[in-house]
Ligand binder design. Structure first.
Ligand SMILES: Cc1cc2nc3c(=O)[nH]c(=O)nc-3n(C[C@H](O)[C@H](O)[C@H](O)COP(=O)(O)O)c2cc1C
Length: 169
């Protein structure tokens, strides 16, 4: 079973989550490609897509939104898992699902949309981003929970294995 893990990232936090998911799926015996959304030409070679994006002002990065627009017809008919990397702080804020992602979830009906805590590294941000964060008083730091990420990848692998087992009956 061939899986595409593709994630859009401005500062690397989401990309690293995608890589961790891909690593785990590979350890679970799946054939996994990791490619940036902008570099994907076709989905014909894949059985499963895991698509992620960092969240900025409540919505996904344009690259990920464009990917959904371009491949909407394929994504609607394949097993798809979505993830967002956004909330920061202890406990992570915002606690609610990113509003801008709701239409994407509605459009492609994924198996799941998971929101993971993210990372804010003030040193890597531009002035505009730093100003926004000051206004919303976002807490800098790396709040990603790798056990959570690995458990999510395991759950995907379990569901795919269960699906294959049903087909073999
Ligand atoms: C300017 C700015 C705006 C942000 N807006 C949101 C937001 O609306 N919701 C959210 O959950 N996270 C928000 N974040 C946090 C990022 O999504 C989080 O740090 C994420 O892990 C960054 O991913 P990346 O490094 O892959 O780009 C914002 C971060 C910045 C710098």
């Amino acid at each position: 079973m061939k899986v595409l893990v593709t994630s859009s990232s401005k500062h690397g936090a989401t990309e690293e989550i995608g890589e961790a998911v891909a690593r785990r799926l590979g350890e679970r015996g799946l054939d996994v490609d990791v490619t940036r959304p902008a570099d994907v030409d076709r989905l014909d070679d894949y059985d499963v897509v895991v698509l992620g994006s960092g969240v900025y002002a409540g919505q996904w990065i344009r690259e990920a939104r464009t990917f959904v627009e371009v491949f909407a017809d394929d994504l609607r008919t394949m097993p798809v898992w979505l993830f967002s990397s956004g909330p920061v702080g202890e406990p992570p804020v915002p606690a609610s699902e990113p509003a801008g992602v709701a239409p994407i979830v509605e459009a492609i009906a994924p198996r799941e949309h998971r929101v993971f805590a993210g990372r804010l590294d003030p040193g890597s941000l531009n002035i505009a981003e730093r100003t926004v964060l000051k206004v919303v008083r976002a807490e800098p730091g790396d709040f990603r929970d790798w056990d959570d990420v690995t458990a999510w990848a395991d759950a995907i692998a379990d569901q795919l294995a269960a699906g294959i087992a049903v087909l073999a009956e």
